[in-house]
Design a protein around this ligand. Structure first.
Ligand code: GLN
Ligand code: ZN
Length: 762
């Protein structure tokens, strides 16, 4: 009998109960035992859901109080050295201290979980000797069994991926760390075996990015030993997000199951199966329902896929799974009542995916006819969205086909533009500017609420926004900034704002997904052809410009960032979606130019997030991502100065692509990797305008003049002063007014010191 399973389920609850409980607990509004009680209830509720939907193999232990990687690190007592800790189970206060920082110690770094929008806490291995402080998977198993009679499949982050994602050790200590963790993993498995647990899911997503020889050898030794330690317990070695590398080696491991992603790694995994077959004695965990996408699966296609897989493995050894944990999708579509019917009908969030898995398992085991009703309604829904008029805008499609075949280049090379822009804008040496947003004070948020609720008229709200613009234009002039911004007061979110004004987007009411810690995001859905309707930023920008003689810089979110922070349709390639966005945004660039705005910043903080996991696919992505940016910004006017901004990631390995974007000026966040970035410019200097953030905006601390002058001096050792800009390292919307003004004053003072020092060299 073919069975169904999922690799994990969203922990946040249908109404973000999880987020609310965490934040209330942090604020001291919920005591620890009430908090634990609420989370336990939520966890059990989730399990009941899986149970009542009829999922056969239910994951346990994927629930978390913050992040599953942090859970693993603290289970092993791997608390960063700077936090006081003397072994044993990590108390909640310390657990959250590591995640969020305390007054005495900074938080651990967080970073993106593979190519998703989920962020995990990076374990710091350091000098502490790991110990098993508690067997969390065992606790989770016991709870599910006692409370609900569920024979769960405990989920563990596998040792290879855990160590690979950690920091605080040298590459040659990789094997050493695995050896230190091995006895701990063994103990977990032995205790699970003693409890009578049948299967454990060991997540090793690092297997899709590939291991070097030593790592692969370590993996082989490790899993051989783990399997031998608990022979009565079956290990499902789980990969996801792409096809598994080293397939022929992995299938030889003495584990009893291999989990493969047949949605995002379909081609590669099918190829490997065709080439090497699948061992007769193992279970194949077949990820056939997209765990991170929001669209209904085509049941017919996935049944056909399962049939194809059954030529390699018998039906009772086939497990119908989600491609990855459902952590990456919202809880349920059923509560949405404002979506177009053809869109709503085509969506499947976590709960709807549970149904799909159950149907597929049944349809596969008992024949298509057994799920005929579901097959029919699925087909109807998929046909309806495919035929939606929003998906066939021939104007957009024609225009995009035409421009994407042309090379997107500016009319003049940078050197020529530089001179033209210098003459037109007559900016001083080392011009100062900011990244776009100014503090979104409580007052600004209140005003927006009042307008959204209908308590304020549009005219009242617009007048309020104009007042904010006035205030900050005056402040910027008074502080002495050279290139001003309007402050982005009318925007809540840099993607949502444009999504609401462009066509082809939809917004859910409750479609929240965990991004990091208690922070959840509600990504827009790009479901149709993207089209420009009317100017989106011109009114506020032109108004700001009318209030000052200094140049005001227009502010847009770039095509790749909008795409990477949205859920996107899957009937056309991402590349084409990017070009549609580029074509629409380019019309906004033109509208700004027409309104007399000649400096335009197109933010692309999320370019790196879309980078494919496999190295061999990365160049192609960067190619079209850069092209989409250039399509957006390839203004005819030489004097139009295109700015861009990037943050939140490592850039040193993609400087070449950044240069290819051909922006006249880029501002890059560097507070966290300043040294590294400067270092990469030593080898290859940057030939276009560039501003390396001179202070960190993530902290309320006002930076001193000297700190900034030394930042500037360091940068100017490797970068040309004629091309260098001075700016904070990101938008200021999360900061307070006082500290922002004080910091910018110091920045301007640091600039004037730097100008007198460096003028002689120009
Ligand atoms: N222009 C945006 C702002 O200033 C940029 C935000 C970002 O980099 N994420 O807020
Ligand atoms: Zn930024």
């Amino acid at each position: 009998m073919t069975r169904s399973s999922v690799l994990g389920y969203p922990r946040i609850g249908a109404n973000r109960e999880w987020k609310k409980a965490l934040e209330a607990f942090w604020a001291g509004k919920l005591d620890e035992s009430d908090f634990l009680g609420q989370l336990r209830e939520l966890r059990l509720q989730n399990l009941r859901k899986l149970q009542s939907k009829g999922i056969d193999v239910i994951p346990v232990g994927d629930f978390s109080y913050y992040d599953q990687v942090l859970d693993t690190a603290t289970m092993f007592g791997l608390v960063p050295q700077r936090f006081p800790y003397s072994g044993g189970p990590v108390p909640l206060s310390l657990y959250y201290g590591i995640a969020r920082g305390t007054k005495d110690a900074t938080a651990s770094e967080m970073t993106k979980w593979f190519n998703t929008n989920y962020h995990y806490i990076v374990p710091e291995l350091g000098d502490r000797q790991p110990e098993l402080t508690e067997n969390k998977p065992l606790q989770a198993y016991r709870e599910a069994k006692q409370e609900l009679g569920i024979e769960g499949r405990p989920v563990l982050l596998g040792p290879v991926t855990f160590v690979k994602l950690s920091k605080g050790y040298r590459a040659d200590q990789f094997g050493d760390w695995l050896n230190r963790l091995l006895p701990l993993y063994k103990q977990i498995l032995v205790e699970l075996e003693a409890e009578g647990v049948a299967w454990v899911q060991m997540d090793e997503p690092s297997l899709v990015t590939g291991l070097n020889e030593a790592e692969l050898a370590a993996l082989q030794v490790l899993y051989t030993q783990l399997a031998a330690a608990a022979p009565g317990l079956s290990i499902m070695l789980q990969t996801y997000f792409e096809s598994a590398e080293h397939y022929s080696e992995i299938v030889k491991l003495p584990v009893r199951g291999i989990g493969l992603d047949f949605v995002h790694g379909r081609t590669g995994n099918l190829k490997a199966l065709a080439q090497f077959g699948f061992p007769k004695d193992k279970v194949l965990g077949a990820g056939v329902v997209d765990g991170r996408g929001i669209w209904k699966a085509s049941l017919l296609d996935q049944l056909a896929l399962l049939k194809a897989l059954s030529s390699y493995v018998s039906g009772d050894r086939l497990l119908v799974q989600s491609s990855c944990s459902l952590l990456h999708v919202p809880v349920t579509v059923s509560v949405e009542d404002k979506l177009l019917p053809e869109l709503k009908g085509a969506l499947a969030f976590a709960d709807e995916k549970l149904d799909e898995l159950v149907w597929l398992a049944k349809g596969f085991a008992e024949g298509e006819a057994s799920i005929q009703t579901q097959l029919n309604s699925c087909q109807k829904a998929l046909d309806a969205i495919a035929q939606s008029s929003q998906r066939s805008r021939s104007d957009v499609q024609k225009a995009v086909a035409a421009i994407s075949s042309k090379d997107a280049r500016r009319s003049a090379p940078f050197a020529k533009r530089y001179e033209a822009q210098r003459a037109k804008w007559s900016l001083p040496l080392l011009p100062t500017t900011t990244i776009g947003s100014f503090p979104q004070s409580a007052e600004v948020r209140k005003a927006r609420q009042a307008w959204r609720k209908g308590e304020w008229s549009k005219a009242q709200y617009d007048a309020f926004i104009r007042d904010q613009i006035d205030l900050w234009i005056d402040l910027q002039e008074e502080i002495g900034i050279d290139v001003l911004v309007h402050g982005e007061f009318e925007r809540t979110d840099m993607v949502e704002f444009f999504g609401e004004k462009l066509e082809g987007f939809a917004f859910t009411q409750f479609g929240w997904v965990q991004s990091y810690g208690s922070r959840c995001v509600k990504p827009p859905i790009i479901f149709g052809d993207v089209a420009f309707d009317e100017p989106m930023t011109v009114i506020e920008t032109a108004y700001a410009q009318s209030r000052t003689a200094r140049p005001v810089k227009g502010m847009l979110t770039g095509p790749i960032t909008i795409m990477n922070w949205s859920f996107v349709r899957d009937d056309i390639p991402r590349e084409r979606i990017a070009y549609q966005l580029a074509y629409a945004l380019r019309q906004e660039v033109e509208a700004l130019e027409k309104a007399g705005i000649g400096l335009i910043q197109v933010d692309e903080p999320a370019v790196r997030e879309g980078l494919p996991l496999k190295q061999q696919d990365q160049a192609e992505y960067l190619n079209w991502a850069v092209k989409a940016f250039r399509l957006t910004t390839c203004s005819e006017e030489e004097t139009t100065q295109i700015h861009t901004h990037m943050c939140y990631c490592e850039f040193h390995d993609m400087i070449g692509s950044i240069e290819d974007m051909d922006a006249d000026v880029i501002s890059i966040e560097t507070s966290r990797s300043h040294g590294e970035l400067i270092h990469s410019f030593e080898e290859n200097t940057y030939p276009l305008g560039i501003g390396l953030g001179v202070y960190d905006i993530h902290s309320p601390r006002v930076p001193q003049v000297e700190e900034m002058t030394s930042m500037i001096d360091r940068a100017l050792r490797v970068l040309d002063p004629k091309l260098f800009w001075i700016n904070p390292d990101c938008g200021l919307k999360t900061r307070g007014r006082e500290e922002t003004v004080a910091a910018l004053r110091n920045m301007v003072e640091a600039t004037s010191i730097a100008r007198s020092k460096h003028a002689v060299h120009v």
